[in-house]
Design a binder for this molecule. Structure first.
Ligand SMILES: [Zn+2]
Length: 326
């Protein structure tokens, strides 16, 4: 996640929140009606359940990203060799799984940056559900929680799509962004490169930036009530009451899509903000400490991960991808 001014809560914040909650209930009612309708129609098969994403595979990706950083001066930052090595690592796995991959180049700060785009060749060709994570770290360290975690969770979800030979009714596209830490540069470049029709074909963009924070919170982007409910209902079924993700507002790649009018969503386990007592009571962890005290620091390495949070939020990615694309 990129640095930015924390948004102070608007004085009418609780009113906005009440409106969102009401909209969310309405969206849920519609979803339930829609599901009942689908069951009544024998021609419409119910959506397949997403598989469990093995956390061991996500952890292995994080170890590999750590090794890539160590072999390349200690980081995976924009314009540094560790970034391109990270991109090649992800691309090789996607190519082997049958994805059509594209590397998109751009320039930021006088250095070449790269986005990796991967299209799943099966399923619908119209509306697209896109899921992304920034792959660059800051120069201070290996960037394993920020954002090896989101990158690996999205990668393992993409590989699970391939393993399931999924034929969703919507088109699935995945992305790993460059130069997010320079101010969302890669994702902005991608959105700017789209034609009007391509932009209109984007049904939803899901973003994952920090999903293994060591003093984890469980946050859901509330930009769109219907997409948010896909996450909140899933977490609730696991006994976890999520909160609105405010720390990510305008500070990760979904902002590039949202400002172009695309519906966005995602989940998040917290960055430099401090866990409250109420949050520690319901989620565990330590009140009065940041969700990630190694945020943007040299200690953001493989030890800086809460495996339970990583496991949970990786499964949440798969659930949302399956549900929103079916
Ligand atoms: Zn960051």
């Amino acid at each position: 996640m990129t640095r930015g001014h924390r948004h102070s809560r608007a004085p009418h914040g609780h009113l906005r929140r009440a409106a969102l909650a009401a909209a969310s209930s309405a969206a849920l009612a519609l979803t339930l009606l829609g599901a009942a309708g689908a069951q009544a129609d024998p021609a419409t098969a119910p959506a397949a359940e997403a598989p469990d994403i093995p956390v061991a595979a996500v952890q292995q990706d994080l170890k590999d990203l750590q090794s890539i950083a160590e072999a390349n001066g200690g980081n995976r930052a924009h314009g540094r060799p560790g970034y391109r090595a990270s991109l090649d690592y992800v691309k090789e796995k996607l190519d082997a799984a049958g994805y059509r991959t594209t590397i998109q180049e751009f320039t930021s700060g006088g250095k070449t940056g790269y986005n990796l785009i991967a299209d799943w060749p099966q399923g619908g060709t119209g509306e697209t559900v896109m899921t992304g994570a920034h792959l660059d770290s800051v120069t201070a360290g290996a960037g394993i929680n920020d954002n090896g975690s989101g990158s690996a969770g999205v990668l393992e979800t993409a590989l699970a799509v391939a393993a399931a030979d999924l034929e969703p009714s919507k088109h699935l596209r995945f992305a790993w962004w460059g130069a997010e830490e320079q101010g969302l540069v890669g994702s902005r470049h991608y959105v700017d490169s789209l034609g009007e029709d391509e932009l209109a074909a984007l049904d939803t963009y899901l973003n994952f930036d920090m999903i293994g924070s060591p003093n984890a919170g469980h946050f859901v982007y509330e930009d769109d009530p219907a997409v948010a409910s896909v996450f909140t209902e899933w977490f609730r079924a696991k006994g976890i009451e999520t909160e609105a993700s405010e720390e990510t507002d305008g500070r990760s790649d979904h902002a590039s899509f949202k400002s172009a009018g695309v519906t966005v969503g995602g989940s998040f386990t917290g960055a430099g903000a401090v866990k409250t007592q109420a949050q520690a009571d319901k989620w565990g962890g330590t009140a009065g400490e940041p969700y990630d005290s190694c945020y943007h620091s040299a200690c953001d390495d493989t030890a800086n991960i809460d495996e339970k949070a990583l496991d949970l939020h990786s499964d949440a990615i798969a659930h949302a991808v399956w549900q929103l694309s079916s």
